[in-house]
Ligand binder design. Structure first.
Ligand SMILES: C[S@@+](CC[C@H](N)C(=O)[O-])C[C@H]1O[C@@H](n2cnc3c(N)ncnc32)[C@H](O)[C@@H]1O
Length: 279
């Protein structure tokens, strides 16, 4: 019987662009990995998997979500992990994936599940590799997850960094007015409190130091550099700004990997969308 609490998200143009980007790269990734005889398994991980499908705002029709797209990729992923916090969504994912023995659905907070259950199945030394999508609604990914993926060397990520959540709730115009609970949330996402120097610029004025909120681009670049220099990903292309219908940046989509070829493929995909004038 259908679960009455199950809700599908209505998604706009930008979410469809995101789904396309992930699908194109997952296709290329699985093709490359399937050819590598030394690789035991290539794994797809969806940390914030959703209900499996959405409703398009443009057409009112059903749109396959990222887990469904990943299940259909040929050559196939060896193993797929779908995680969602909502019981009704995890149940729907189980229903969709019933009979597909490659799929494991986990209900709960992906931060703990990734570190304790899923990443240990993707170790470099076990000749296993993974592509992990982290696509939250807000600032919900702990830095530990990104750092661990970077250290493992076997896990590549797409990461949606919700700058709109940061702008609305953390980066107040007056740096002194950031609420303590919001600052703690940002520390967990950034890995420490160095976001404060990325989010605000300081210049000498006539009457002392002037502090201003940094631009979105500056914050995005600071985070990109952290993925490279602190998490240890060798290749992190410039993040793609993803917008709402009014043109405001809602989040930055990052790709981070140890693999130059992977980064080049993603840059080409990002460029295709930039050339269409979407970014
Ligand atoms: C943006 S949607 C995912 C959409 C999906 N990636 C797609 O493109 O089809 C975010 C999902 O994350 C789930 N979620 C929120 N917090 C979570 C957490 N801490 N761990 C796992 N899932 C979470 C929500 O229930 C929601 O289904």
């Amino acid at each position: 019987m259908a679960d009455k609490s199950l809700r599908f998200d209505e998604i706009g143009y930008w979410s469809e662009v995101k789904l396309d980007i992930i699908k194109k790269y997952a296709q290329a990734y699985s093709t490359i990995m399937a050819k590598q005889k030394s690789i035991e398994a290539h794994v797809y991980i969806d940390g914030f998997a959703g209900a499996g499908r959405h409703i398009s705002k443009a057409t009112g029709e059903a749109v396959a979500g990222s887990p469904l797209n990943a299940m259909k990729i040929q050559p196939p992923f060896t193993e797929l992990h779908f995680i969602d916090l909502e019981g009704s969504r995890a149940a729907e994912l189980r229903r969709i994936a019933a009979g597909d023995r490659r799929v494991r659905v986990h209900k709960g907070d992906c931060n703990g599940i990734l570190l304790n259950e899923v990443f240990p199945r993707c170790r470099w030394s076990d000749f296993r590799r993974a592509l992990c999508l982290l696509d939250p609604y807000g600032l919900a990914v702990d830095w530990d997850v990104l750092r661990t993926a970077g250290e493992m060397k076997s896990v590549e990520i797409f990461y949606n960094f919700m700058i709109m959540d940061a702008n609305m709730n953390v980066f107040m115009h007056d740096a002194g007015k950031v609420a303590a609970a919001q600052a703690r949330r940002m520390d967990a996402v950034w890995g420490d409190d160095s976001w404060r120097s990325a989010a605000y610029t300081r210049t000498e004025g006539l009457f002392g130091e002037i502090e201003r909120k940094a631009t979105n681009e500056d914050v995005a670049e600071a985070f990109r550099l952290r993925l490279e220099h602190v998490a240890g990903f060798a290749y992190v292309p410039q993040a793609m700004p993803m917008r709402n219908s009014k043109g405001a940046v809602v989040y930055y989509l990052y790709f981070a990997s140890q693999n130059q070829t992977g980064a080049k493929i993603v840059e080409d995909i990002f460029d295709t969308y930039r050339a269409r004038g979407v970014a």
